[in-house]
Design a protein around this ligand. Structure first.
Ligand code: PLP
Length: 429
């Protein structure tokens, strides 16, 4: 890095960063870049949902949506999402309002279900000596939260631009029978926007595993959340698993949380016929049927695959300028400094900002003291432990453009201050 070559230049940069930080603090900001929530403008796109389904109360097959029943969810809604989630409509359930809840529940049933075993499972996970999951890093903190809740050991696996490092994954699952699962966000992953290559999907589907009941928790949270004209496609995991002789390997999850109204949307579960029957066996004990009124309202609002595409383009028109703005500020303020690198995702909700090793916590602390809330450093790693202390998740969706620009600028000031402090300290050591 050119700036470190000259001690005087480095000292000058540090002085400037200190002055800029003092100015930042003096602004008395109260800004929040922590969670990837849709903004109010995005939520407004789905306002018609609030007055639907109106007088409609029957689904295409004549089901009265106001009543119990239809445990798979409305077929017409499943038909809209089936091609996007790449799950045959008969193997796709529309249930509940949260995919995270479904992920949590599948783990619960695998642990505790006694009447119908998880396909391929010799015993309940609760009766195993040890249960471990592979966690590609950086990853989604709430996945890690599910593991922590059940005492599942988390084994980090590095993400490459093609998805998880498959040499590492194959070796671990081949030899360790305690590894029962793996978190996968195959498209526009949270937080660094990675999309799994076809070869990665093929290897995940085909790899031998010591655990006979190993599962890919295929969290397709961002399947239609494109930020460019390219509709990035991920290989069909269920078909790949079936063709490789492991038809029950993948649980597929998705939801409309970041399509319509987060928390008032619809969640999806897809899997092999055996996995679907297994889940239905247990979910039928905890619910007499999903909220089909909400499902019908989603059908009437989205209409079909093209309706969903058009709706997601409207989201993109709001989101894209925000991602561009953050990138521009990072380019202007940090480009060429060698202090950080950042992702330019083609979709999803996050930018991953990589700062100098050992600086992420300090950047988040400095930002917090200047009134800018960032996701805690380490949240992208199991047990909150980013061993390099370098990854910061940036969520540009929620603030308006003006606040976002101020926030992104403030973050760069903190990155410069923490980075130059470190370089000066390293030089002195
Ligand atoms: N999965 C991923 C990767 C996410 O980033 C999120 C939300 O940020 C979720 C799941 C939450 O989904 P839901 O609202 O359907 O529970």
């Amino acid at each position: 890095m050119s700036t470190t070559a000259d001690p005087q230049a480095l000292a000058d940069h540090l002085e400037q960063a200190r002055r800029d930080y003092a100015e930042l603090r003096a602004q008395g900001l109260h800004l929040d870049l922590t969670r990837g929530k849709p903004s109010a403008r995005q939520l407004d796109l789905s306002t018609p949902l609030l007055s639907l389904p109106g007088a409609h109360h029957t689904s295409a097959d004549g089901t009265d949506v106001r009543n119990y029943g239809a445990p798979l969810g409305l077929r017409e809604l499943r038909e809209i999402f089936s091609p996007f989630l790449r799950v045959p409509v008969d193997q796709l359930l529309a249930v509940g309002n949260s995919s995270l809840e479904l992920m949590h529940d599948t783990v619960v049933h695998a642990y505790l279900g006694t009447t119908v075993p998880l396909p391929g499972s010799p015993r309940r996970w609760a009766d195993e000596e040890r249960v471990a999951f592979l966690c590609p890093v950086p990853g989604y903190d709430r996945h890690f939260g599910v593991c922590e809740r059940f005492g599942i050991e988390m084994i980090p696996v590095p993400l490459t631009p093609d998805g998880p490092d498959m040499d590492v994954v194959e070796e671990l699952v081949r030899t360790d029978a305690g590894i029962k699962g793996m978190w996968c966000v195959p498209k526009y992953s949270n937080p660094d926007g990675t999309t799994y290559s076809d070869e990665t999907v093929r290897r995940l589907a085909a790899m031998p595993t010591a655990a006979p009941d190993f599962r890919l928790f295929w969290d397709d949270a961002y399947s239609v959340h494109h930020l460019t004209d390219e509709e990035v496609q991920v290989a069909d995991v269920l078909t790949a698993c079936a063709e490789a002789g492991h038809p029950d390997r993948a649980f597929v999850f998705g939801s409309t949380s970041k399509i319509t109204h987060a928390g008032a949307g619809v969640a999806f579960f897809g899997g092999s016929p055996a996995n679907v029957a297994w889940l239905r066996h247990y979910s039928g004990k905890r619910s007499i049927g999903p909220d089909k009124v909400n499902q019908l309202r989603h059908v009437l609002f989205l209409e079909d695959a093209d309706g969903l595409r058009a709706h997601m383009r409207a989201h993109r028109d709001i989101l894209r300028p925000k991602f561009d703005a953050v990138r521009r500020v990072f380019d202007d303020q940090l480009g060429g400094t060698g202090l950080a690198a950042w992702t330019d995702p083609k979709g999803g909700y996050f930018i991953s900002l990589d700062v100098l090793e050992g600086c992420a916590r300090e950047v988040v602390r400095l930002a917090g003291e200047a009134g800018i809330a960032l996701t805690p450093a380490g949240a992208t790693h199991p047990y909150g432990d980013d061993p390099t202390d370098s990854v910061i998740r940036i969520a540009p969706s929620y603030p308006d453009l003006e606040d976002l620009l101020r926030t992104a600028h403030g973050v760069t000031v903190c990155v410069r201050l923490a980075g130059y402090e470190k370089l000066v300290a390293d030089r002195a050591a």
